[in-house]
Design a protein around this ligand. Structure first.
Ligand code: ATP
Ligand code: MG
Length: 431
């Protein structure tokens, strides 16, 4: 390992780190070698190097190069240029995309290629530079390690390797300036802390309490994307706890936070925690998860509070729920731009909750065949498990799905005979 003096990187040779070529995605290797052959420098950088060093499979492979986006496009036929704030090249291999970014230049070269908001936020950052300059534009030291296939070494300008070994997330440069430049880095800090099990360096942690509110200036589409990454990566419960701790959850989900703050019993919190736990468990088991389910859970209590008021004002149950859902979603999309198809599914999950109670023959089968039945049923079970719905009702629907059609008929006539109230059928009546 070479020694570090100012601006001299530490270079970790192949024998000094644990990344082996065989762990690296074939297409990413192709991109690196094609760029090198065309006479450019190209490195793997960011999350993939960080994750490879931890022995984890990276989510994606990012490449940094001294080729401009246009030059990258000339090297690859299967390439598209995207982005305004950061211009990037996407190289396509079937459905897989390798993202290729040109080295960012230093921010004191002000020009029309870089634009900063009066609050310090970087609105455009398209000044190109060298690897030495690119390093300082990155967020955390552990995200600023560069891997080259020239000699399979890792290049480290910021003591990222040491932080990596110690499990510390440290922002490069002055944390407050870096958060002001891009407040989303606060959410990234939390996401990486929970995902990697790393701790936040104290200087990186302290400003968050004060600067969290800057997130309100971030476009709602970007916040939605970050929210998905925070809650759909298998560490949702920890992310929730940590976001709450730093006061950031209130910014992302103000209505939910309001319910948690004013709760006069434990239900909303227990319900949410169970929803987050279930979703983490599903991911651990390799099952699919959908954003609409979790968002339905986040906003359910806020909807319920509005429903209650509307019922008191004389609205019927159906309209009270529709109007409450509309109002809650309208407010929520101001912070996180939940797409229409997702809000539509959320409404369905909520509306179907009313229909579980109605167990006439035709209504039961119509509900049973509804495309959102399974999610709505899971939601009912979640409510029942946490004291928010009738457990017998949830159990009835569980049994109903398990038995054959003859037995289903018996269950329905039992409900019918009982004046719509469910009585557990005796063993003989089901068998
Ligand atoms: P993962 O892909 O596992 O979520 P990642 O670290 O690769 O994590 P990306 O969003 O893919 O995150 O970004 C790739 C790299 O680009 C980061 O590792 C970091 O070096 C840099 N980067 C991304 N977003 C920012 C940002 N907001 N500020 C500074 N650097 C960033
Ligand atoms: Mg990445």
């Amino acid at each position: 390992m070479k020694d570090t003096t100012a601006l001299q990187p530490s270079v970790y040779s192949r024998s000094e780190h644990s990344i082996s070529r065989s762990q690296i995605n074939e297409n990413a290797l192709k991109v690196l070698s094609r760029l090198e052959k065309a006479g450019f420098d190209a490195y793997l950088v960011g999350g993939c190097v960080r994750d490879l060093l931890l022995g984890r499979e990276p989510k994606d492979f990012d490449v940094a190069t001294n080729a401009s986006p246009e030059e990258v496009k000339q090297v690859f036929r299967n390439c598209r240029l995207i982005g305004k704030r950061f211009r990037l090249a996407h190289v396509y291999y079937g459905r897989e995309i390798i993202e290729v970014a040109t080295f960012r230049g230093s921010s004191n070269k002000t020009s029309e290629h870089q634009k900063t908001h009066e609050d310090g936020r970087l609105l455009r950052d398209n000044i190109y530079g060298t690897l030495e300059e690119d390093v300082w534009r990155r967020d955390f030291t552990v995200n600023a390690l560069y891997y080259t296939i020239r000699d399979f070494s890792v290049i480290d300008y910021v003591n990222g390797m040491k932080d990596h070994q110690e499990g510390v997330l440290r922002l490069i440069g002055n944390p407050e300036v870096r958060y002001r430049e891009d407040p989303v880095r606060m959410l990234r800090a939390i996401r990486f802390a929970v995902k990697l099990g790393f701790s936040l360096d104290i200087n990186c942690e302290q400003p968050i309490y004060k600067l969290g509110k800057l997130l309100t200036g971030i476009p709602n589409a970007r916040l939605y994307d970050e929210t998905l990454k925070l809650f759909l990566s298998g560490y949702a419960l920890q992310a929730f706890e940590m976001l709450r701790h730093y006061g950031l959850f209130a910014i992302l989900f103000p209505q939910t936070d309001g319910c948690l703050a004013s709760e006069n019993h434990d239900f909303p919190r227990v319900f949410l925690i169970k929803a987050l736990e279930n979703s983490d468990k599903r991911i651990a088991l390799g099952k699919s998860i959908t954003p609409y389910f979790l968002f339905s859970a986040f906003l359910w209590e806020a909807v319920q509070i509005k429903v209650k008021k509307k019922l008191e004002a004389g609205e019927n149950q159906y309209f009270a729920l529709q109007h409450a859902a509309h109002e809650v979603l309208k407010l929520q999309v101001k912070t996180t731009a939940i797409p229409k198809r997702v809000t539509q599914s959320m409404r369905e999950v909520w509306t179907l909750q009313l229909r579980f109670e109605q167990r006439t023959h035709s209504k039961v089968y119509r509900l049973f065949n509804h495309p959102r039945f399974r999610a709505a049923y899971d939601f009912l079970v979640l409510r029942a498990e946490t004291g928010g719905a009738n457990t017998e009702l949830a159990q009835w629907w569980t049994t109903f799905q398990d038995v054959d059609s003859k037995q289903q008929e018996k269950m329905l006539s039992a409900v019918h005979k009982n004046g719509g109230k469910y009585r557990r059928p005796s063993k003989t009546s089901v068998n």
